[in-house]
Design a binder for this molecule. Structure first.
Ligand SMILES: Cc1cc2nc3c(=O)[nH]c(=O)nc-3n(C[C@H](O)[C@H](O)[C@H](O)COP(=O)(O)O)c2cc1C
Length: 355
């Protein structure tokens, strides 16, 4: 059997395969509530054979959203709107996760297809916050959070995680990548604080570890907790791979079950050598510490995905744009690897290989 279509168990959850859908913002929620777009979008992945679908960056607070049209989990009705989506995915044999997030200084935007980036107050925008009053290029100056405000953040993440679990999500992923708030705290480029949340490695990682512990404390023992990190800022003087490798076991001790290894996002001008599987080596280095890891980033081809897993570079692969192009990528990948996996019965006649 291929590695890609072998099951994986983390805590009490068995994923039927290791072809997973990476979180992707859809900028299509209203007041933080998901609707018909999300039902169809996730329905396509759920009928496409993915082992796990991770729903997009979802704000733990109104000011934690990336855009005015991103979903939220700071109210119960926002969680309830996900319930039919999660239940449909479960009926297809697919697991569902959600990425809980705070955008920090990269928040208060419009959807990327709008004619300007930052939302005005009339458009629903807000004053952004960050570890320090240092802006992301082209964005407004954020307000530096007070120490007391920082110390309250883990409870916001925990409340969102609880709501996610209540409506049936199998996995919660904490977003600590791509230059959003938790990554802003990790990176010396965005974090110039002089309190216990800034300066040393121990201080810069404090908030994320507090968030992981707070979320773990409210989740069932059977629910896996993932953390997405950016392994490197790709900028000298920024967060780097060695720090990520040091952080991974600390995240695991705090209660994380898998590190989803991405990169970049702190600095708009970073030069990133984008190419096939360009972040896989970071996942390999994290996994070498003994902590389960997933690989993401230009993994597009079934044989390539299978190689990543066979080499032991990652426990699972995540696909974003390839899954948007073809939400049934896993079904097609199974056929190209000669595997006969369950298909929705409604699609049976479209199989090209049968047992
Ligand atoms: C439309 C779109 C939305 C995205 N939104 C998110 C997000 O909400 N959270 C996140 O961690 N990454 C997000 N990403 C990044 C992807 O999850 C993924 O890491 C990246 O696209 C690289 O994988 P790929 O080469 O398979 O597309 C997004 C990517 C795309 C294309």
């Amino acid at each position: 059997m291929s590695q890609l279509f072998s099951p994986l168990t983390l805590r009490g959850v068995t994923f039927p395969n290791r072809a997973w859908v990476s979180p992707m913002c859809q900028y299509s929620a209203v007041d933080g509530v998901v609707g018909e777009w999300h039902r169809v979008h996730h329905g396509a992945f759920a009928t496409g054979g993915a082992g796990l679908i991770i729903a997009e960056a979802t704000g733990v607070l109104p000011q934690g959203r990336i855009s005015v049209a991103c979903p939220g989990l700071w109210r119960d009705d926002q969680a309830e709107a996900w319930r039919p989506i999660v239940e449909f995915a479960h009926r297809q044999g697919t697991r569902m996760g959600i990425q809980i997030s705070h955008a920090g200084r990269k928040g208060s935007t419009l959807a990327p297809w709008a004619d300007h980036v930052t939302a005005t107050a009339e458009e629903g925008g807000w004053e952004t916050v960050g570890p320090s009053a240092v802006p992301f290029e082209g964005y407004p100056h954020p307000r530096a959070l007070t120490t007391r405000e920082v110390a309250a953040l883990p409870q916001s993440f925990a409340a969102a995680a609880r709501r996610a679990e209540t409506v049936g999500f199998d996995v919660v992923e904490i977003h600590a990548a791509h230059g959003y708030l938790l990554h802003q705290f990790l990176s010396p480029l965005a974090n110039h604080r002089e309190d216990e949340y800034g300066g040393s490695f121990e201080n810069r990682t404090r908030l994320l570890l507090e968030v992981v512990r707070a979320v773990r404390a409210v989740l069932a023992d059977t629910t896996p907790l993932f953390v997405r990190v950016s392994a490197t800022d790709w900028v000298a003087g920024g967060w780097d791979v060695d720090e990520t490798v040091s952080l991974a076991p600390l995240l695991a001790q705090a209660g994380a079950d898998l590190i989803d290894v991405s990169s970049g996002g702190t600095v708009a001008t970073a030069t990133i050598p984008v190419g096939p599987g360009y972040q896989v080596d970071f996942a390999r280095r994290v996994r070498a510490t003994g902590v389960p890891a997933s690989a993401v980033g230009l993994i597009t081809d079934p044989a390539q995905a299978e190689d990543v897993l066979e080499r032991g570079d990652a426990d699972a692969v995540m696909l974003a744009r390839a899954a948007l192009r073809n939400p049934r990528w896993p079904l097609a990948a199974a056929e190209s690897l000669g595997e006969v996996v369950p298909w929705p019965v409604q699609f049976e006649r479209a199989r090209t290989i049968r047992r």
